[in-house]
Ligand binder design. Structure first.
Ligand code: PMP
Length: 462
């Protein structure tokens, strides 16, 4: 049926891949010398590669396969929708039932007065939508000079020009003249790396107050919005100190700037509630969502917007923005079915009450390992900091990421996908992971850490 061969020998697939495929966020030559790992199928939390290995996916793909792999309902719904109405747009005064139903469903699930939806194709273009929407909002209110958006160093908001500018990944900014004008960054609330002598609580407050300082520096009448991930994901699963978000919320309210919560990872159950904003007690004006919206089965994103903002956008002339695939009917139908599964199978409640606490207890014990400094986790997103000396929260003398990469390779060798960000190891498994699978994940993680310690000692990296 498919126009490709799932059973071709690995070496052949790798050679073809090397010859024609440019990979995202990849050193192409290095990959091509080694050959890509080729994933051919998946079920539940398990990936199968072209050599027949069964690999436990501790990252839910790219933090997205919330309901797990291989759900037939999603395939069925996609196929039925393709036959019914494979495409129609939502421009030019038209709409269609899947997009209508999904917007209404998201309005029902989202907290507070977040009850309007602008559909995007992904998280990145969702954040581009948000940049344009908040600027349009202030323009429509007669304050066009309110255009600056403040975000954070080491935040991640996507890879388009706008979203990568919002992000605070310096390596991305260096390629291609970013950030675009009108974006300012403040430091992140990463206590482990940057907290110095302060307590986490003091540090959380200090880092939140940088927002007020930045607003004053730019001029309060020029600032449109602040954007942040409730918990930084790609930055290393940085769970902020408890003092951080209440102070950020207070500052946004005091200055009357819009708050955008980038929930691309934290949305749809990852933190044990529908949205990370609920877990962290945030009241955003806009939430960026994608990934878990469809569990990654098809691409889709949604900016979920407060009534206050939506009324201004609707109440002014045409908002000159949109994507061909805004509200794509197949994606919308899959999203609705995915939300039904999350809801009816009580998957998020289970994360909050059963599997999340089970994983947390095991994860936090990792600090007993000689290499692990801190172990943090909320719901199904967690990280550990690798360190040569816990008490001083020291960094390795080797280039950042050297030890993290060794550990990631040891995870792969033990058929576990964990990712590394510098010398932090991160997990974000499918939300349907069972207790048995969590135990297996922990066994493999500990084994990988032991092997990493042996290598680090042998190579004199400690
Ligand atoms: N925001 C956050 C918080 C993300 O983690 C990501 C992707 N990892 C994005 C935005 C960008 O989403 P996409 O890759 O779908 O464009």
């Amino acid at each position: 049926m498919a126009m490709y061969d799932n059973h071709r020998p690995t070496a052949e697939l790798q050679a073809l891949d090397a010859a024609h495929h440019l990979h995202p966020f990849t050193d192409g030559d290095a990959l091509n010398r080694k050959g890509a790992r080729i994933i051919t199928r998946a079920k539940g939390v398990w990936l199968t590669d072209s050599d027949g290995h069964q690999i436990l996916d501790g990252m839910a793909g790219l933090w997205c396969v919330n309901v797990g792999y291989g759900r037939e309902e999603l395939a069925r719904v996609a196929s039925e929708q393709m036959l019914q109405l494979p495409f129609y747009n939502t421009f030019f005064q038209t709409s269609h039932p899947p997009a209508i139903a999904l917007a209404a469903k998201l309005a029902q699930l989202a907290p507070g007065d977040l009850d309007h939806v602008f559909f995007n194709g992904s998280g990145s273009d969702g954040n581009d939508t948000n940049i344009r929407m908040v600027r349009r909002y202030w323009q429509a209110l007669g304050q066009p000079e309110r255009s600056v958006i403040i975000s954070r160093w080491n935040g991640y908001h996507g890879s388009t020009m706008g979203a990568a500018s919002l992000g605070g990944m310096k390596g991305m900014h260096e390629q291609g003249g970013l950030p675009i004008p009108g974006i300012a960054h403040i430091d992140q609330p990463d206590w482990w790396s940057e907290g110095g002598e302060m307590s986490p609580e003091e540090f959380g407050l200090a880092r939140a107050r940088l927002l007020a300082d930045k607003i004053e520096e730019i001029g309060p009448s020029k600032v449109a919005a602040f954007i942040a991930e409730p918990i930084q994901g790609a930055g290393g699963v940085i769970i902020p100190p408890e003092t951080y978000w209440p102070e950020i919320q207070r500052i946004c309210d005091a200055y009357g700037i819009l708050l955008i919560a980038d929930e691309v990872i934290t949305g749809f159950g990852r933190t044990g509630n529908w949205f990370g904003s609920q877990t962290l007690g945030i009241r955003p004006d806009i939430m960026t969502t994608a990934k878990g919206l469809t569990s990654g089965y098809v691409p889709m994103g949604a900016s979920i917007v407060s009534r206050k903002v939506a009324e201004v956008i609707n109440g002014s002339d045409e908002f000159a923005h949109g994507y061909t695939y805004s509200g794509h009917p197949v994606a919308a139908a899959v999203a609705l079915e995915n939300l039904r599964i999350l809801e009816e199978e009580h998957i998020i409640t289970r994360v909050r009450e059963v599997t999340g606490p089970y994983l947390k207890a095991a994860w936090e014990q990792l600090t007993e390992h000689p290499l692990v400094g801190e172990a943090r986790i909320t719901g199904m997103m967690g990280s550990i900091a690798l360190t040569p000396h816990k008490a001083s929260r020291a960094k390795f003398a080797a280039k950042a990421g050297t030890v993290g990469l060794i550990c990631r390779e040891r995870c792969f060798a033990n058929n576990l996908v964990m990712r590394h960000v510098g010398d932090r190891m991160i997990i974000s498994p499918p939300l349907v992971i069972t207790e048995e699978e969590i135990s297996l994940l922990m066994t493999r993680a500990r084994l990988a850490l032991d092997q990493t310690l042996d290598i680090v000692r042998a190579e004199g990296l400690l």
